[in-house]
Design a protein around this ligand. Structure first.
Ligand SMILES: [Zn+2]
Length: 356
């Protein structure tokens, strides 16, 4: 069975070198991050009888047989009106975070490439999502985590049957260890490096488009490595280019004070982050995130821990139990909107993962 659609390649975001999609290809030889060179086909309307993320098979770069084998049924998460704002409730997925969307794609890819094992470095939701989808495809998963990672998130990975390896030292030590483990037939399923992950997070934009009938005026997300942010921008760009929407939304990135490379606000003594899912001080795709904000006329906002705690509680008391990382986006949205039209905020991680 063919794995990929025609003419799908990796392409370096810095120098433009093309590579075949292979098990061992992680980044460009020049060090640049890879994007996907993929001319998505024209939009085909998914059937309402068709559930799961593979309902978007018509516009994804992997052939449907592989997508269906990796699918855990995550799709059409609720779009809920809360006051004057829409909440996109991505905490309601099989693994409890938006990372399902990308993990689904990486699992289909691992399966199609014949991986013997999957290795992921993560301090939380990406590892848990990858562990869940590896359970689905029947390939052993190892989650390499910094020793400081939240214990609850690692317990979730273990529950799915993954082996969790804790690595002392900085976050980069976990990445180095994962890369070393992936060298012998293993697949390094990185939500940061692998561009198939953002192909999966494009489905966020597709769902919101189907639910609203157009693109919203503004989308507000908490941003760490940008794996949702970049997929959402590309997804809405695709829909606009197809003539299906009237606009590409303004993208608003929200980060925590002292942990915000986008706002040039990175404190010397940061302590333990409250919004642990976005505590990334040097994201690999920073230049791409900055560009997505610029081209959509968006902006960056930062919020303090007091706001994050109060917002987490306020959302939970309204029936929406999300983790502080997600509440960060809602807190940022509460600063107001400059857009004339619907505002959608991503609530991307469940409260059972981390709480206040
Ligand atoms: Zn390059």
């Amino acid at each position: 069975m063919t794995l990929l659609r025609d003419n799908v390649h990796y392409i370096c975001s810095l120098c433009g070198t093309q590579y075949e999609v292979e098990l061992s290809r992680v980044s460009c030889d020049c060090g640049g991050v890879l994007d996907l060179d993929f001319d998505a086909p024209a939009w085909s309307v998914p059937s309402d009888q068709d559930f799961g993320l593979s309902r978007y098979r018509g516009v994804l770069p992997i052939e449907s047989e592989w997508l269906e084998r990796a699918d855990l049924g995550a799709s059409r998460t609720p779009l809920l009106k809360v006051g004057s704002t829409y909440a996109k409730c991505d905490y309601i997925t099989p693994s409890g975070s938006f990372k399902d969307r990308g993990a689904f794609m990486l699992a289909a890819l691992a399966l199609g490439l014949g991986a013997k094992s999957v290795i992921v470095d993560s301090s939380g939701n990406a590892g848990a999502a990858m562990a869940a989808y590896c359970g689905r495809i029947g390939i052993p998963c190892t989650v390499v985590a910094p020793a400081s990672a939240p214990p609850g998130k690692l317990a979730q990975s273990r529950a799915y049957g993954a082996t969790v390896v804790a690595v002392e030292g900085p976050r980069s030590a976990a990445t180095d260890a994962a890369l070393a483990m992936a060298s012998d037939g293993g697949f390094y399923a990185s939500h940061v490096e692998n561009p198939f992950f953002t192909e999966g997070t494009k489905t966020w934009a597709f769902e919101v488009f189907e639910q609203l009938g157009d693109a919203p005026a503004e989308v507000v997300m908490s941003v760490g490595n940008g794996s949702l942010f970049l997929g959402v921008e590309r997804g809405f760009r695709y829909l606009f280019d197809q003539g299906l929407t009237t606009r590409v939304p303004r993208l608003v990135a929200v980060q925590a004070q002292g942990w915000s490379p986008l706002a040039d606000d990175v404190a010397e003594d940061r302590g333990a982050p409250l919004a642990d899912g976005i505590a990334i001080i040097a994201p690999r795709r920073l230049a791409q995130i900055v560009r997505a904000i610029e081209v959509t006329g968006g902006e960056t906002r930062t919020v303090g821990n007091d706001e994050i705690i109060a917002t987490t509680k306020r959302l939970a008391h309204g029936g929406l139990w999300v983790e502080p990382t997600s509440a960060t986006a809602w807190a940022g949205a509460s600063h107001g909107s400059r857009s004339d039209g619907p505002v959608v905020v991503s609530l991307g991680g469940a409260g059972f993962k981390a709480s206040v």
